[in-house]
Design a binder for this molecule. Structure first.
Ligand code: HEM
Length: 142
């Protein structure tokens, strides 16, 4: 679970990157479909499935919007993402393994955005936080 210090680092990083959140989310989604091309199947209704696709970018921005809400409710991530958990499980039927893949590309995008400021300590805090987000998004599957 997240320590008080982890929470502090997560909020601090979010405050810093939130003006660029849409861009970072677009980068993470673009990486997801390139590095893990099997994820494209979920977006087959998009006209353009390249990493620079406006639909992919827009979707990445939405994902980061939800991450921002989870950061705002860091002590109750489960409640803040409950509706999205239902959407991904019952409507979209996204295999939960994909949440881990996205967590991975998101860490890479955060690192690219923060450069040297993406310290191992911040990496750890965000890895833990994104694992919680992935678990919450998967919790309606059973
Ligand atoms: C839609 C968040 C992971 C596939 C959405 C939406 C949000 C969201 C906010 C828009 C919901 C709406 O319009 O009401 C997240 C978060 C994720 C995540 C926070 C993990 C951190 C994934 C993954 C996949 C995926 C890993 C598949 C590889 C989809 C699809 C849609 C969607 C297909 C509908 C897109 C459309 O048709 O416009 N997600 N998502 N999501 N998500 Fe996710």
């Amino acid at each position: 679970s997240l320590s008080a210090h982890d929470k502090e680092l997560i909020v601090k990083v979010w405050t810093k990157i939130s003006p660029k959140a849409a861009q970072i989310g677009g980068d993470a989604l673009g990486r997801l479909i390139v590095v893990f091309p099997q994820t494209k199947i979920y977006f087959s209704h998009f006209a353009d499935l390249s990493p620079s696709s406006p639909q992919i970018k827009a979707h990445g921005a939405k994902v980061l919007g939800a991450i921002g809400e989870a950061v705002s409710s860091i002590d109750n991530v489960s409640a803040s993402l409950s509706k999205l958990s239902e959407l991904h499980a019952y409507n979209l039927r996204v295999d939960p393994v994909n949440f881990k893949l996205l967590a991975h590309t998101l860490l890479v995008s955060l690192s690219a955005a923060l450069g040297a400021e993406f310290t191992p300590e911040i990496h750890l805090a965000w890895d833990k936080f994104l694992a919680i987000v992935a678990a919450v998004l998967s919790e309606k599957y059973r």
